[in-house]
Design a protein around this ligand. Structure first.
Ligand code: NAG
Ligand code: NAG
Ligand code: NAG
Ligand code: NAG
Length: 293
């Protein structure tokens, strides 16, 4: 093949490889390439330790003592301005990510349903570079162009058995509240991990327990698809916002007095040098949301 066409061919394979990556739950943390999407700021080959300057963009949603959140790689900017470049902050070492300092999370509720694993809770998320009073924003597996927000972010979970990549997920975070749902691959995953309601916040998208002082892990029923009320589907921006759907029941909870990794609260140590940024398209900037409706 002449150089030009082999280059085009190679690029095509690369692009198709990326597309493939978004639609088949194919990667393990060991098999993921260094980066999974063009323009990605961090990486997906993260090693097995932890590092408070890590730019790893793999999150895990395993259990209430072992989960990660997306948060900024550097302090001083809103979620809206960093949503493309967020990095993984985890409760446990071993994934090559940053660690969420002990004491940051003050309540966490994990539920495994037939269709998804979900964690909801509260904390002082200024410890993971979120600006005080930032009402935050939404992350999802699609983003603006298929690469997700954060771009190239991968989600893994062992909640359904063996650790696997979970391709369909949605998450919100603000300075004091978080929620993260990763959907089991099924025909229903796109409605149960719907990301169309990006300004509606955690409590509307994921009605669940957000109480402080409780660290629990439960099984539960799946919620109803967000935005769907019988035969009527709400569109974000319509004048009247319907109430959140009911919180689905959960049971068989295991309680923990706290969650910890031995990493002390390090507000300044948590800061790192500014990461290489991908250009932010103004149209996809800040998507603040309301905490309650
Ligand atoms: C931590 O991660 C940063 C960013 O990837 C890297 O430059 C640094 O060498 C890492 N430090 C250690 C001790 O691995
Ligand atoms: C959150 O943590 C920061 C840094 O540790 C601290 O200065 C601040 O007072 C805390 N905020 C609340 C509401 O506890
Ligand atoms: C998908 O959702 C429908 C309606 O809630 C339900 O009847 C069906 O069992 C679900 N299918 C799967 C594979 O989860
Ligand atoms: C949240 O969970 C805790 C522990 O199960 C329970 O005591 C509390 O009532 C729940 N809160 C709500 C709002 O359901």
């Amino acid at each position: 093949m002449p150089y030009a066409s082999s280059t085009i061919f190679a690029s095509l394979v690369l692009v198709l490889g990326y597309v493939h990556a978004r639609h088949i739950d194919a990667y393990t943390p060991q098999s993921a390439p260094y980066q999974t999407w063009p323009g990605q700021s961090g990486y997906n080959q993260c090693g097995t330790s932890y590092n408070q300057s890590s730019e790893c963009q793999n999150v895990y949603l395993n259990n209430v003592q072992d989960f990660c959140l997306w948060a900024p790689p550097y302090p001083g900017s809103t979620i809206g301005d960093t949503e493309q470049v967020e990095v993984a902050w985890c409760m446990q070492s071993g994934y090559g990510t940053r660690l969420i300092p002990d004491g940051t999370i003050t309540g966490a509720h994990l539920v495994v349903t037939p269709d998804y694993v979900q964690i909801t809770g509260v904390g002082n998320l200024t410890n993971i570079n979120i600006l005080n009073n930032d009402q935050g924003g939404e992350f999802d597996y699609y983003g603006a162009a298929g690469g997700g927000y954060p771009v190239g972010g991968l989600v893994f979970s062992s909640a359904f058995g063996q650790l696997q990549q979970v391709d369909t997920w949605t998450s919100f975070i603000s300075y004091d509240l978080f929620c993260f749902r990763a959907c089991k691959p099924s025909v229903n995953s796109s409605t149960l991990c719907q990301y169309a309601y990006s300004v509606m916040g955690c409590e509307w998208n994921m009605p669940a327990n957000y109480s402080a002082g409780v660290f629990e892990e439960c099984v539960g029923d799946s919620g109803q698809p967000m935005g769907v009320y019988g035969t009527s589907t709400f569109s974000q921006g319509q004048p009247t916002t319907p109430a959140p759907l009911p919180m689905p029941p959960s049971s068989s909870c295991t309680f923990y007095s706290t969650i910890t990794n031995g990493q002390g609260v390090l507000p300044s140590g948590a800061a790192s040098t500014r990461a290489t940024e991908v250009p932010i398209t103004p149209a996809f900037r800040s998507r603040p949301y309301i905490l309650s409706v």
